[in-house]
Ligand binder design. Sequence first.
Ligand code: WTA
Length: 661
Amino acid sequence: MAAIQSVMQETRVIAPPQGMVEGAAVSGMPAYQALVAEAERDFEGFWARLAREHLEWKKPFTKVLDSSAAPFFKWFEDGKLNASYNCLDRQVAAGLGDKVAIRFESDDGQVTPVTYKALLARVCRLANALKAMGIKAGDRVIIYMPMTVEGVMAMQACARIGATHSVVFGGFSAKSLHERIIDAGAVAILTADEQMRGGKALPIKSIVDEALAMGGCEAVRNVVVYRRTAGAVAMTAGRDQWLHDLEAGQADTCEPEWVSAEHPLFILYTSGSTGRPKGIQHSTGGYLLWALLTMKWTFDIKPGDVFWCTADIGWVTGHSYVAYGPLAAGATEIVFEGVPTYPNAGRFWDMIARHKCSIFYTAPTAIRSLIKACDVDPAAHPKKRDLSSLRILGSVGEPINPEAWMWYHDNVGGGRCPIVDTFWQTETGGHMITPLPGATPLVPGSCTLPLPGIFAAIVDETGHDVENGNGGILVVKKPWPSMLRTIWGDPERYRKTYFPAELGGNLYLAGDGAVRDRVSGYFTIMGRIDDVLNVSGHRLGTMEIESALVANSRLVAEAAVVGRPDDMTGEAVVAFVVLKGKRPEGEDAKAMARELRDWVGREIGPIAKPKEIRFGDNLPKTRSGKIMRRLLRTIARGEEITQDVSTLENPAILEQLKRAI
Ligand code: WTA
């Protein structure tokens, strides 16, 4: 609440710089308002115009939106196109073949430029190799690769042949990878021998081997391995092949597979409030339209720009703003393999200066940790570099607190660069609520206004609009082209999760709370209203972590996981655990906490490790046996319990848990 109030009391308003307004894709508020009005006046006509103007269609669509099976919407369905064609061939045909598409910087600082022509040729070679393995349109391919040119190539090659990719973040465990292989029904995996992070080589291929050995993966007949480090890996004959061998044997042209606009381009797993991660299924046409259009509107991308989105391809931001959007826009982008703190905390700023980066897009967690790093190492300060190439800054993944916003604006942006605080989700495919750099007056901490065509609103628990100034539930009232199409293999869960009957069944439920400013109507996101945590901009389900803990049936009897605010990571995971054996104290408790943290790391991935584990003889429960998570949240925050505890079966447990650190 404190964060929201400070935003609500925020009085600083920063107008877009005059130089930015002129020539911007959306130039000035009247231009923004005209687009909003166009979408209100002629909703389908608006989207049809944009889809025709911005994408190249092999076969034009005749119908814009099909709502007959709502909430399973279809956009541009009878139109045919190819995403890879729109990202690569189209640029080459427009004379951009020799333009650098990707400027790759490795962990150890080596820079490799790759032109559009060269990228297209490599994508075609890999696409041909995948086809030669018998992979065809509609097959699912898992990509478990580091941030490299080859990672982007893998995604583009799948798109080229119509195979639906599912990228799994390289930090996920073998078990998480296994779950996704099975759920997606994958027939092949693209991976690397190892990945480099912060000067260290970390295994990848061996994790794939481990996942495949867990069983049930007989459908996976091919594993393609990119040789990144040349570290020792085991290759299984008849199944595993080196990427460079495959590329060498193939032609560098490949006719794209022309697919329906509704063809699933990818599935990306994300955490929900209950159960297993859900496979968010995205389309080809609607998705690509928005990835491209938001590059133009939100980032005002221009031919001379050097664009850098620091997100990993394992997350949706790395899909829309690394693998697809920048290439569809014909931009030059930086792809960075490493971490912001290696060889020192000035790495991002050094790279911006060296590459003359003009648009920089990162997460608040990174900014906060780099602010802190400057205290320790003044040489890491952005002001020590020439960052004059920057013109636009972006923020994504979690709320940005006004202090971090101002620091970013003043020290990185030199006070001249608008910050686009982009609110969106894996499910939305691209930006939803964001300032436009040449139009929207900025208020630190607010993501300002919805993009044209996006009918975002705030409602109460019954689905009725709330007045500006009152908090509520963030919803979207009309479908939009880049929205998820379903949850892979579970349409009922899609309907229930995103279009709940309690809200009338026709509003898209984002899962976040929000408030609009009384006067400006600006949106401020107040964070998740479900059991999803946002740790360093990564989505984690509390239930998922609980399941991981109780899966340790040797040690754990019961577990409850909650979040608490954290200055650095936004939120932190706190687990309350009841062991099967005696409740440990002192050093024993520390050792046990370490063991369980590592266990969660192996079950899900290091990002899910609880920051804190507290042991109790029991958990606070109602007489009917329900765990009272509200109380656990209060305890985790170190706050006094003011809630009514009269329904509690065992009030004495609260004191124990408060003390148990
Ligand atoms: C949060 C990441 C505040 C929000 C693109 C959302 C944000 C979840 C912002 C989606 C922002 C994302 N301000 N909160 N600018 N951007 N979020 O699926 O809670 O990894 O629901 O997509 O991140 O996370 P996801």
